[in-house]
Design a protein around this ligand. Structure first.
Ligand SMILES: NC(=O)c1ccc[n+]([C@@H]2O[C@H](COP(=O)([O-])OP(=O)(O)OC[C@H]3O[C@@H](n4cnc5c(N)ncnc54)[C@H](O)[C@@H]3O)[C@@H](O)[C@H]2O)c1
Length: 465
């Protein structure tokens, strides 16, 4: 049996042990998907609180309910532990299939046949890629790299990362990649971008096609075999850098189109046209148009950040990514634009920003999630505070937060809270809100999401983006 057949056999029989490094929005649903597909999954995270919560069966990712974790953790992981104690650290593979457990201990990688990296890829202070998390995860794998191991990077990153950063670090561990012809040597390495949209119900990890590019065709085939166990459709591409670029094209496409529609909103405002009506009508065209919506700015870990990874890489090649730059200028200027809308609306009511009570509804970056990363609501709060506005917020998903020196606790939402606000600003249109009730109890509403499109305004002034 050749070495790759060996891993292939383990994958096909679900005997392969899968380690997922980084148990966040991406890593946890993936770990659950592989455990549900019948693999023994070890989740590794540096955050002890997350690890403890998972081992208690408590999920911190809204797409993974506790009920989904329970059957994977309690019964099966117990079998795994018993197997482990009885056999040193060699798990009873048969007993532990379909089990998930979490740990902070990198040494567990030594038992893993597959290691999938799902760690953060933020920007540094100078907007350069911060690769430190990927490097740490790769170095942990390199320490325990063994023959026949498959490594997949899922973190979003610039084209070239897998081959230029990860491959040499793994090769320096003393093992050639899985392109050798001899049996019994080498490892497999691939990039596969995560494309999930947190909170989305129609397209999940299972039915969103998975793009995979391995450093060799064999690496691609091995990763494909693994992912086909849990995901309906796998799309192999020729190289890791192709797969890396696929993800950046997708998210740059979104960032640029959101910037376009944000600028159209600003233009419509000058022209006294309702931009939301324009979009609704434009999207009736059955071809050649795709609807995007304006808002208070970009948020989340992906759309505001990923294009910067591409722009940074191009800068190293003396190329200025102009669309990305312009889109960034427009999108990151939106909180300032919304501030102007609030100031004008208050002014019309005879009030200055200074001292006015402004209540934000929804501080998460989008509807129906509790993710605050890069949320434009936070920028708006900073801007309002600079103007000495009395700012408060309510968000059913974010009871309190402490981000970048801004610490706030949400207020409870009742008719009185709304009536006391000089201006209510809708920044995330969570479906829990009853918009008619919000409008009925408010004096002035600035709606950045068109959440109030179906409500009857009554005596309330509603200002839209
Ligand atoms: N959130 C999304 O919607 C989304 C979608 C597609 C792609 N991505 C990409 O996936 C990657 C992960 O994003 P996320 O949203 O899951 O991030 P996250 O912050 O939710 O989770 C990352 C986890 O990695 C852990 N971690 C950091 N360094 C580690 C290390 N050395 N070893 C083990 N664990 C470590 C953190 O403690 C954290 O729990 C990023 O590159 C992101 O751009 C995210």
């Amino acid at each position: 049996m050749t070495f790759d057949m060996n891993l292939l056999d383990k994958i096909e029989s679900r005997e392969a042990i899968v380690a997922v490094i980084g148990l966040g929005y991406v890593g946890l649903p993936l770990a659950v998907a592989f455990a549900e597909a019948g693999f023994r999954v070890i989740g590794i995270d540096i955050d002890q609180d997350r690890v403890d919560a998972l081992n208690r069966g408590e999920s911190y990712v809204s797409d993974v309910p506790d009920e989904q974790l329970a059957p994977l953790l309690r019964e099966r992981a117990g079998e795994w532990e018993r197997g482990r104690q009885g056999e040193g650290f060699t798990p009873s593979r048969e007993a532990s299939r379909g089990a998930l457990s979490a740990t902070t201990d990198d040494d567990t990688l030594r038992t893993a046949d597959v290691a999938i990296i799902c760690v953060p890829t933020p920007l540094g202070k100078t907007k350069d890629p911060d690769m430190s998390y990927i490097i740490d995860a790769t170095d942990a794998i390199a320490q325990h790299l063994h023959e026949d191991m498959l490594i997949v990077l899922e973190s979003t990153t610039y084209p070239g990362t897998t081959e230029e950063l990860i491959l040499p670090r793994l090769e320096s561990a003393g093992m050639p990649r899985g392109c050798g012809v001899e049996a019994g040597e080498g490892f497999f390495l691939a990039f596969s971008p995560e494309r999930i949209d947190p909170g989305r119900k129609d397209y999940t990890i299972h039915n969103t096609p998975k793009v995979i590019g391995g450093v060799t065709p064999r690496c691609t085939r091995m990763a494909q075999a693994l992912y086909e166990c849990a995901i309906e459709q796998v799309v192999p591409v020729s190289t890791p850098r192709t797969a890396e670029m696929v993800k950046l094209l997708e998210n740059t496409f979104r960032a640029v189109n959101i910037a376009l529609v944000n600028e159209v909103a600003i233009m419509c405002d000058r022209l006294d046209i309702d931009v939301w009506d324009v979009i609704e009508a434009a999207k009736t065209k059955p071809f050649g148009f795709m609807s995007f919506y304006p808002g208070p700015g970009l948020g989340g870990h992906c759309i505001p950040i990923d294009p910067e990874y591409l722009a940074w890489k191009l800068k190293t090649l003396n190329y200025n990514a102009r669309f990305i730059q312009l889109a960034g200028e427009i999108n990151f200027g939106m909180p300032e634009y919304v501030l102007g809308k609030i100031a004008d609306a208050l002014n019309d009511a005879g009030k200055p920003l200074n001292g006015s009570r402004v209540l934000l509804l929804g501080v998460a970056y989008k509807a129906d999630v509790g993710d605050l990363r890069e949320s434009p609501a936070l920028d708006l709060i900073h801007l309002l505070e600079e103007k000495r506005t009395d700012v408060s917020y309510h968000d059913p998903y974010v009871p309190a937060f402490n981000v970048d020196g801004l610490a706030m606790r949400g207020v409870s939402l009742d008719g009185e809270t709304l009536q006391q606000a000089d201006c209510v600003v809708i920044t995330a249109a969570h479906s829990d809100y009853d918009w008619q009730w919000v409008v009925d109890n408010s004096r002035l509403v600035v709606d950045t999401r068109n959440a109030t499109k179906d409500v009857v305004a009554g005596g309330t002034c509603i200002v839209k983006l």
